[in-house]
Design a protein around this ligand. Structure first.
Ligand code: GDG
Length: 748
């Protein structure tokens, strides 16, 4: 990939990036200082830390809103990350962000703790803004790029993006819970939202329970088949896409937090905080965005009752509550602030003494170092959320407790409680239970605290945010991000194999030598790849083979193979070796099966406009690409079922908009083995992009070199990104082979 050489010159005018993150907010904020000076300031959050290394390695771009309404900014680079700002008007901010995102989806997805508001004009704005984000991503993504969409504000982006750019690999991660169907189904646009998400290849959730709620909603609303975390989503071409929906619990930069906690100045600050509170025996701490999901009122109520009942005393215990300002233009949040501040005022009035304050309430945001000093100063961390996707505060407290001291009281309704089992787990609605837990935490013996904290810290260290993003991306791409060009390791392998005695270079055609196109008859190898295989075919002790699923006749037409090239068509059923002709002698039983198959498929195809049957030497293919999605899926299902019950010995293969049956089982692996024998090769290079090429990769031996083109799981040990990179690879191979074979024999 290269930001400076746009690959798509017509529709997609921006630079082309291989890796794109799309989130409502950018990792940088546009800020205006008190004297009117303006500039960009990074807003370091967990997500930025997690994705920074990936973004840098892939020369990625981040698409999002800059934090100020009614302003347009050009793309720019900030600290090694390419930033692409998306504008929002003040009205869109009200309707899409404060309205639909934060006053409809947020309360709905958090189990209607607050009542969600449904307004059609908010929904319209949500659709409009999601489209804008999708368009920005469609413009910025290179061929086959990975686009990772973040969170509930952008749930329609995956589908919108797939419609514009079916070549992309699209991931989505939902940072907040996904509710049970009984609640989700209240949403008037429940089908549209799920359909939007199903445009992704992988949909990530915080907890297994969220993923389960999602797949159940898919089944209820769409009836799609699901197996474990895989959902079969019929596409417009009749093809079924396998969408993965499962949990990827997010985490924090644990080492980063611990590093800050170990700084002497931060520890000194923690000490100072304790002093300023009058060195109480126990400091309890709450750190939350001021949000009704966080259970701040429940926590205050429990604490107040403990003081009232005399089970805790202000001489011994102080509660520090940081409530960072949040969503202050949404009415529910304004009310919540009033309620909480009223409660804090009352409790302090009732219980504080001149020397001891019951609650230190701080409605501020703080720098990260100060947050860490607070975690260090605290003995007991109170996380009492009524519903929370994960809750990173709990993990941060654990990561900072490097002395293995400190007690975490953690709500069962947080995602974190799935992992942090050694915390004191509470149901925050059960005020008596919560009070008992707080007392237990304050009195827990040192040994018990250490035992629990050690286990918690191990968990958080081993599952940090880098692991989270790596796991997600690996599920999404099968291999992480593929850079363009020929990687160093592959270069070395090419030099090594070029030295072999007798080399066979076997290449898939569509998607490998030739970019994929809409009409199969239009596919052509790239000029550079074609020239490179010509050079290779002309060399001594070097054979080129083209190995395809196409029937041989069609392969000859489009591939224009160099003289002397070996060919394999119909997944290895047809071979053209040096003797020339290809013969497939079908046995009687095979001919009978073929006849039966023809009857079934013709009958099925006659049931829908645009479906057709292609005859192959030893099989038939049912093409459904031109048939509307649901009908195509139905046709394929009927064809498959009838063939499987009536002629069960046939082999079935699913391709893009096509279902293939053959009477003689063969695959590219068998083809490759025969080609290897025929050429008497001492080593083989095999390059392919399709699932059917996996059989060939499986047939490779130690000395051989397998190269997978593009994303997706593969047995090949090497990868390149696109047919352009295959051309690069073949040029290098030809260069190296010409050196060992004394130059091209055809051009003396
Ligand atoms: C959503 C989901 C999920 C808070 N105040 C200050 C400050 N913070 C930092 C904390 C923590 C982060 O903000 C808050 O993260 P949480 O996970 O606790 O909660 P949400 O903001 O609701 O986040 C949540 C999360 O997304 C990630 O997927 O876990 O469930 O609701 O990192 O430390 N940081 C600084 N000053 C503050 O005043 N520097």
């Amino acid at each position: 990939m290269n930001a400076h050489e746009p690959k798509r010159d017509d529709l997609y005018i921006d630079a082309a990036y291989d890796m794109i993150v799309v989130s409502n907010r950018l990792p940088v904020d546009y800020e205006q200082g008190p004297d009117g000076e303006t500039g960009w300031k990074s807003s370091p959050g967990g997500l930025v830390t997690a994705l920074e290394p990936v973004m840098r390695a892939a020369d990625g771009a981040w698409i999002g809103w800059a934090g100020v309404a009614d302003r347009e900014f050009d793309p720019f680079e900030y600290d090694g990350i390419n930033i692409i700002p998306v504008p929002l008007s003040a009205t869109e901010l009200e309707d899409y962000y404060e309205g639909f995102s934060n006053d409809t989806l947020w309360p709905l997805y958090h189990d209607v703790i607050a009542p969600p508001s449904f307004h059609r004009e908010w929904w319209d704005a949500y659709v409009r803004v999601n489209r804008r984000f999708a368009e920005a991503a469609a413009r910025a993504a290179s061929d086959g790029a990975v686009v990772w969409v973040q969170d509930y504000q952008l749930q329609l982006v995956p589908r919108m993006l797939r419609e514009k750019r079916p070549d992309l690999v699209i991931g989505f991660f939902n940072h907040i819970p996904f509710p049970a169907y009984g609640i989700y189904s209240q949403l008037p646009w429940r089908r549209q939202v799920i359909d939007g998400l199903l445009g992704a290849d992988v949909i990530g959730f915080q907890r297994a329970a969220d993923a389960g709620n999602f797949t159940r909603a898919v089944r209820r609303l769409f009836g799609y088949a699901t197996r474990g975390s895989v959902i079969d989503v019929p596409g417009p071409d009749g093809n079924v896409r396998h969408v993965v929906a499962r949990q990827f619990p997010i985490s924090i930069d644990a080492a980063g937090f611990e590093e800050i906690a170990r700084r002497p100045e931060v520890q000194a600050r923690a000490h100072e905080i304790r002093e300023s509170l009058g060195n109480p025996k126990t400091i309890m701490l709450g750190v939350d965005r001021l949000d009704y999901t966080k259970g701040i009122r429940h926590r205050l109520k429990a604490f107040g009752e403990l003081l009232r009942d005399g089970r805790l005393s202000v001489e011994d215990v102080t509660l520090v509550q940081v409530a960072s300002p949040s969503r202050e233009r949404v009415e529910t949040y304004r009310q919540l602030r009033d309620e909480i501040e009223l409660m804090v005022g009352r409790l302090n009035g009732d219980h504080s003494t001149l020397g001891h304050q019951a609650i230190a309430y701080l409605h501020h945001g703080y720098p990260r170092e100060e947050m860490v000093a607070l975690y260090l100063a605290a003995d007991v961390m109170l996380v009492t959320a009524l519903r929370d996707g994960m809750n990173l505060v709990a993990k941060e407290f654990v990561a900072c407790s490097f002395d293995d001291d400190g007690v975490l009281v953690l709500s069962e309704f947080t995602g974190a409680s799935d992992e942090l089992r050694q915390a004191i787990l509470v149901n925050p609605h059960d005020i008596d239970g919560l009070k008992d837990a707080m007392v237990e935490a304050a009195r827990m013996p040192r040994k018990e605290r250490a035992r629990r904290m050690r286990a918690l810290r191990k968990r958080v260290r081993e599952n940090d945010v880098a692991k989270w993003s790596a796991t997600f991306l690996k599920t999404l791409t099968g291999a992480g991000i593929i850079a363009s060009g020929v990687p160093e390791g592959l270069e070395t392998a090419i030099l090594r194999i070029a030295d072999t005695d007798r080399l066979l270079v076997a290449l898939d055609f569509d998607g490998t030598l030739a970019p994929l196109v809409d009409r199969p008859q239009d596919a052509r190898a790239t000029k550079r790849a074609r020239a490179a295989i010509e050079r290779l075919a002309a060399l001594d002790d070097t054979r080129v083979a083209i190995v395809s699923g196409r029937a041989l006749e069609s392969l000859r037409e489009v591939a224009d193979p160099p003289q002397g090239a070996l060919l394999s068509g119909s997944h290895g059923v047809e071979l053209q070796l040096d003797a020339g002709g290809v013969t497939i002698d079908l046995r009687d039983a095979e001919l009978a099966a073929l006849e039966h198959l023809t009857a079934i498929l013709e009958e099925v195809a006659s049931g829908a406009e645009g479906a057709w049957v292609e005859w192959k030497p030893a099989g038939l293919a049912l093409h459904t690409r031109k048939v509307v999605a649901e009908t195509a899926a139905e046709l394929q299902r009927v064809a498959r079922e009838r063939v499987e019950s009536e002629i069960p010995e046939l082999t079935v293969r699913t391709g893009k908009g096509v279902l293939e049956f053959s009477v003689r089982p063969s695959d590219k692996g068998e083809a490759l083995t025969r080609l290897r024998q025929h050429a008497g090769a001492s080593a083989v290079v095999y390059v392919g992009d399709d699932v059917t090429d996996e059989d060939a990769f499986a047939a490779l031996e130690n000395e051989d070199l397998g190269v997978k083109v593009g994303q997706g799981r593969s047995l090949a040990a090497n990868r390149v990104r696109s047919p352009d990179d295959v051309a690069d690879l073949l040029e290098r191979l030809a260069d190296a082979r010409e050196v060992t074979r004394g130059g091209p024999s055809r051009w003396p």
